[in-house]
Design a protein around this ligand. Structure first.
Ligand code: GLY
Ligand code: MN
Length: 519
């Protein structure tokens, strides 16, 4: 078993030889070990209190268990990811783990949530009574101060990365029974090949996947029998579970969007500084990202700060360009709250504070497309209908401007065999949003793209038009203009609520808002 899922070793009582590549100047004397492992006051209370997510995550687990009866469901948090050499990225748990435990921020690398199948009706309490599963969180608890890990482990040790919660703390925080990660292997293996199917959320933790495969192999249960559930069923179910947001998720989405709106205002205030800097786009990026880090956990995806022609590159994240007075700047950014829910908002702003005629013409077309999408979105319509409403406006406007090829009308372009208008908007109009910026990505097509909108869904509406500088299919005046307008919406009983409505989108309102921030 690898180092990350073994117990901390007791402190060495005899000096250990340094290896040839040990450059940390680690003291190894017995005197040092004896001294550093003693003389500590009792641990201070870490201040762990029951998490607000407890009833919500219990209800989510109950729904998942109902979908996959009889199976042992393994949901790893994921491990630390190496950035380079011996340094890691900041930890961010897998979204299925965050959703099912309620744990946000950078908590619990290497933890594994397991839903053990039990006699139906004798499991954990759910909203409809006892369920068919019992949840256990396997974690690497806080190591005692007489362990080597305490002072010498740069990746996990308290001296290096701070104190982790104890097993009791984890239970207090999540409402889930917590056990030592060393118990995981036996717990996973129990009755596998003898009635219990073991399923793991893939793509989160390679080590746990390998462990699951080894257990299956030992039990002679590598190949799922016909009709038996597979890992893909679990991945799909955890993704589909998030298509409709619960009350706490909606509250967190509102919070993330509101923080994002504040970040956009900070960027407008920073525009003069961006114009003055040789890498003005970086001024925009870092202004937004600083706000995200100060008020939330991080950004939910790399900020797109694209001035001028860069705005025609859909995911421009290099952000090293200049920002000029006459340009539009496209800012596509979202604050990820401490709960890990993220917003995803785009505004295309005139750097000078005023749109030129042609910029305004393109902007208005995109806004009209967005408004058409807003107008059709309500429970019972297809997710795809929202996109089609936006595309109709885009195609009609391109026809009006004479940009579609000769003989191609908007109607022809909108047909399946046409689609010429998509030259200027190759992306989709909407995606689900939540813990992931492209949330619920493993949901089945019939529930996502072809699915019907339901109250409680949260998704983006983000049409755009992008005319590249070297696009000979459009007149020169359009070249180098890229516009996207992106809002985050919540499906209500009879339509959608625009969660990002407080951020102006009408061009006059954008100009007035920018002026008010610059006074
Ligand atoms: N905000 C980036 C995207 O939706 O792909
Ligand atoms: Mn988006």
């Amino acid at each position: 078993m690898s180092e990350s899922i073994t117990a901390p070793t007791p402190a060495e009582s005899t000096p250990v030889e340094a290896t040839e590549t040990d450059h940390r100047n680690r003291p190894r004397s017995k005197a040092f070990v004896d001294f550093i492992t003693s003389g500590w006051a009792p641990r201070a209370d870490l201040g762990v209190r029951p998490g607000a997510a407890i009833p919500f995550s219990a209800a989510r687990r109950a729904r998942l268990a109902q979908e996959l009866p009889g199976a042992r469901l393994v949901v790893p948090a994921g491990s630390l990811t190496v950035r380079s050499n011996d340094t890691d990225y900041r930890f961010r748990p897998h979204s299925a783990f965050a959703h099912l435990t309620g744990l946000g921020t950078d908590q619990e690398p290497d933890a594994v949530l397991v839903l053990h199948p039990v006699e139906p009706g004798t499991g954990d309490d759910g909203p409809d009574g006892p369920t068919s599963h019992h949840a256990v969180l396997y974690v690497r608890p806080l190591a005692a101060r007489d362990t080597e890990e305490f002072y010498a482990d740069a990746r996990y040790g308290e001296f290096w990365v701070g104190a982790r919660p104890s097993l009791d703390d984890v239970t207090t925080l999540t409402g889930i029974e917590a056990r030592h990660i060393d118990e995981l292997r036996d717990a996973l293996a129990k009755d596998v090949g003898d009635g219990v199917v073991l399923l793991v959320v893939t793509g989160s933790d390679d080590e746990i996947e390998t462990l699951v495969e080894a257990i299956r192999a030992e039990a002679g249960a590598e190949d799922a029998a016909a009709g038996e559930l597979t890992d893909a069923d679990l991945v799909r179910a955890t993704s589909e579970l998030r298509l409709v947001k619960d009350e706490l998720e909606i509250e967190q989405m509102r919070h993330a969007v509101n923080l994002t709106i504040e970040g956009f205002a900070e960027v407008v205030r920073a525009l003069p500084r961006a114009v003055a800097h040789r890498r003005g786009e970086r001024v925009i990026e870092t202004t937004f990202d600083a706000h995200a880090r100060l008020e939330g956990y991080a950004v939910g995806y790399e900020t797109i700060a694209a001035a001028g022609e860069h705005a025609t590159t859909l995911h421009w994240i290099t952000n090293d360009g200049e920002v000029h007075e006459g340009d539009l700047v496209l800012l596509d950014a979202g604050v990820e709250a401490d709960s890990l829910y993220t917003a995803d908002v785009t505004r295309t702003l005139p750097v000078s504070g005023t749109f030129s005629d042609v910029q305004r013409r393109v902007y208005q077309a995109v806004l009209d497309a967005a408004d058409a999408a807003f107008a059709v979105a309500k429970p019972g319509v297809r997710f795809l209908d929202v996109h089609e409403a936006a595309m109709k406006v885009i195609a009609e406007r391109l026809e009006e401007w004479g940009l579609l090829p000769d003989g191609v009308t908007a109607e022809v372009s909108l047909s399946e065999q046409g689609q010429q208008h998509r030259r200027w908007m190759v992306h989709g109009t909407s995606h689900h949003l939540g813990l992931d910026v492209h949330d619920c990505a493993q949901a089945r097509n019939e529930l996502y793209r072809e699915g019907l909108l339901q109250e409680g869904m949260v998704f983006t509406i983000e049409p755009g038009l992008y005319f590249k500088a070297d696009d000979e299919a459009v007149p020169a005046e359009y070249r180098g203009i890229g516009v996207r307008i992106e809002d985050d919406v919540l499906v209500t009983a009879d339509g959608v609520e625009n969660l990002s409505a407080a951020l102006p989108r009408d061009p006059d309102a954008v100009e007035a808002w920018m002026a008010s921030l610059r006074d």
